[in-house]
Design a protein around this ligand. Sequence first.
Ligand code: WT7
Length: 571
Amino acid sequence: MNVEKIPATEGRFNLQNYDETYANFDWAEVEKQFTWYETGKVNMAYEAIDRHLLTDKKDKPALLYSDLTREETYTYAQLSELSNKFGNVLRKLGIQKGDRVFVFMPRTPELYVSVLGTIKVGAIVGPLFEAFMEAAVRDRLSDSEAVAIVTVPSLLSRIPVDELPALKHVILVGGADEQKEGVTSFEAAMAEASSELEIEWVDREDGMILHYTSGSTGKPKGVLHVHNVMIQHLQTGKWVLDFQDDDIYWCTADPGWVTGTAYGIFSPWLNGVTNVVRGGRFTPEDWYKTIEKYKVTVWYSAPTAFRMLMGAGDEVVKKFDLSSLRHVLSVGEPLNPEVVYWGLRVFNHRIHDNWWMTETGGQLISNFRSMPIKPGSMGKPIPGVHAAIIDNQGNELPANRMGNLAIRVGWPAMMRKIWNNPAKYEEYFHIPGWYVSGDSAYKDEEGYFWFQGRIDDVINTSGERVGPFEVESKLVEHPAVAEAGVIGKPDPLRGEIIKAFISLRSGYEPSEALMEDIRKFVKEGLAAHAAPREIEFRDKLPKTRSGKIMRRVLKAWELGLPTGDLSTMED
Ligand code: WT7
């Protein structure tokens, strides 16, 4: 594409000789930097936190936390001690290596301590976004057979303990008075626990974190990552986030999603930088104030947030001193060129787009500081990774031809398993030698990648992946709904919004009130972000002869496009 390039800027770590590094890079060079390189035994939490206690980073702030009621600082030494304690709390409950322990709570220091402590005893941590309602919580806990969950009193009613036979322990943060069997008070247990812990040394291929993500059909998929991801998290922290020792870094993503763990926990702490966490809801003023107050230098956010900030206007920006910023990045959905130009104008910074997925575990394609940016492009592959556009047979396509965005198998952070679902896992690798992302894209003659869309029906709304099937299943539970088909409808602010086409059971008539009731039903039954913003009632939905809702036809109707091949459609 012929767009004006925004010139490179001076980085500090720098990926100055991109072509040379790209051609010669060997991941073993990164592995050697870890203490486990010799022993072969490893633990992510040790490498991210405890290792720094042997250096002058011991008393350096690791976590700067604030929300409406709390404002706290934790050094590396303090996080080490607290996570040791939590590890002992889990051990005392009988939690062992490989057990699944979920965290289901708002972004607070206790969440971070729980994640680290869980990993320290070799258990697998499962982060759950706090907006999930009962059905979503049940599906994920039961699929993974979680044995323990850390949560807060306000979310307790969404955990259907009786329906989860494997779940033995609920650890409650801030609910000391809830005296029930199987319920442990976080505070009481922490007060008793020793701050000395024997870390569980595991194999680099042992499970560490289980992130549930949405696909187009069926239940959410549990994507398992192993301790080995640290190699990529350490290195992309340098190449992509440009980390240096004195950086104050703010990743705005919630740890319920992969960005909020990989780049909101592991990458910054592996690199020993100071990590800012802001709890509570988004407002433009709050966000700018956070940058001003902590003198944030590296800021990692998402297109939907940048668009909301843009919508709040340039005047708001001028009220704050944002001069500490030196590097701004975005991930999760396409970053519109107009947002990049806006960023240049108001922050005097390029916003660096990058691409990856829950399944890829770490960043794979990026606009590096040391390269010119073409607004609208996701950038180029990181060294050590071969990304390509391939056809359905696995042939690499020439420049500017649209096809499957695929990665040659074998980068360090690649998922190792879809929990309980080997067939699903295999689907990603159905073209031999390749991981097929499900995104379509093209590569221009200079090697920049351009995102075109999802090939499957997954909806990306405000940077969050929502599976149409999960929403449809919830919709048809509503007494008025006979059938439902759900699609993503392009939206200037949210990227896509969820639109539901619904046919009603006999005896029900379309109305505004019914629409509102259905919306509320999904909000309360599944999650607020999964509720359809738009609902359209139809007498009949387009289906295949085998009874599958044809979402592509719904989408074509919605966009006024040709419906394509209808040979499989029922009469
Ligand atoms: C899907 C993955 C991994 C970060 C958070 C999302 C879309 C991601 C970009 C980008 C266009 C993007 C893709 C991808 N996506 N980054 N820079 N430009 N689209 O993780 O929830 O697993 O979603 O998000 O469609 O497949 P996720």
